[in-house]
Design a protein around this ligand. Structure first.
Ligand code: ADP
Length: 327
């Protein structure tokens, strides 16, 4: 059993994701419900260093569950990567009487959290907040489902014009070297194929697509591409097509930051709410340096080291499903 926690600090860091506000709301309300004070830290680790910290009451998180982005703001903070920066952050924690931290973010956020916790013996619980779904130990991250729905909405619209002009579209989606968004949005939007970094190291996916009779029976085609140096991105693939197969009328659409915004889906609101409550439960149970995940609809606790280091595999069966359905 760890120390009794009287006050927690909470921050969002790294790339923002829809559903972060639902997580902030859940952490705040669950803490207050359990008699724990909550201090909101603004702009990720930067606010910890600059002391931009404010105590939250339950009404501070009213009316935010449906909002995209994060009311706490997010920032990339280089100073937190230095021992001096983390020392200042620690001094602010002590000054604010914060006993433990809940950090909502991705890989980088957890890397910083782990280091900070080891150096200063601070209990930290992480909530996976990233549209990329690239964290090991949870079926889904907060924001991923919303991003997926935003992508399919955009792809449906592009399909209309692709079909009118009988064009081939490469549509680039985010994913930071992970193919979850590309593969699942391809399935959900009825795209011809997904080109993802995980497979590109094994096969030339563009060549495979062409030799499989790409666009045999259709007047337009949509291929979803993960943004990544490994795949070459949508522009890289379009360039190759123009050089190697000039008979195709190729166009590119890069969806970009639209994928990070919008009101979170029901699914993201639900997992964010469950994970937020689980974070407070875990801290009260004396757990530390873990990420809250949901696997098979059950809350799980994953060591931060494992969430960061282990690669989350894409489900290769989905590639087969996509190939069958795109004949
Ligand atoms: P994400 O959490 O979405 O992966 P980043 O990689 O930008 O986003 O990381 C968010 C923040 O976490 C960084 O701006 C930095 O403050 C902190 N961070 C990342 N890596 C480290 C590290 N190696 N040491 C200390 N802090 C780090």
């Amino acid at each position: 059993m760890g120390q009794v926690i009287k006050c927690i600090g909470m921050l969002t860091s790294g790339g923002d994701a829809p559903g972060m506000n639902a997580a902030i709301r859940a952490v705040t309300r669950a803490a207050i419900f359990n008699g724990i004070r909550v201090k909101a830290i603004y702009r990720g680790y930067r606010g910890l260093i600059t002391g931009e910290i404010k105590e939250f009451q339950t009404e501070n998180v009213s009316n935010i569950i449906q909002q995209g982005g994060t009311i706490l703001k997010s920032a990339r903070c280089m100073e937190f990567k230095t021992p001096e920066g983390r020392q200042t952050a620690y001094e602010n924690l002590v000054k604010e009487e914060i006993d433990a931290l809940v950090v909502i973010g991705g890989d980088g956020t957890f890397t910083g959290a782990r280091l900070f916790s080891q150096e200063f013996n601070i209990p930290i619980v992480g909530l996976p907040g990233t549209i990329d779904n690239d964290l090991y130990g949870t079926d889904s991250t907060i924001g991923y489902d919303t991003a997926l729905n935003t992508i399919i909405d955009a792809v449906d619209k592009i399909r209309d014009t692709a079909s009118s002009h009988e064009r081939l579209f490469f549509i680039e989606v985010m994913g930071r070297d992970a193919g979850f968004l590309a593969l699942n949005s391809a399935l959900a939007s009825g795209a011809e194929a997904a080109i993802i970094p995980e497979r590109e190291t094994k096969v030339d996916q563009l060549e495979e697509l062409i030799s499989n009779g790409f666009r045999k029976s259709k007047n337009s085609s949509i291929v979803i591409v993960s943004e990544s140096n490994i795949t070459g991105g949508a522009n890289g693939l379009a360039e190759r097509m123009r050089n190697e197969h000039p008979e195709y009328d190729v166009r590119v659409s890069i969806l970009g930051h639209i994928q990070r915004g919008g009101s979170p889906t029901a699914y993201d609101r639900i997992i964010a709410s469950r994970m937020g409550v689980a974070a407070i439960d875990a801290l009260m149970d004396g757990l530390r340096n873990i990420m809250i995940g949901i696997v098979n609809n059950e809350i799980v606790h994953v060591p931060l080291s494992k969430a960061i280091k282990d690669d989350k595999p894409v489900n290769e069966n989905l590639i087969g499903v996509l190939q069958i359905l795109s004949i």
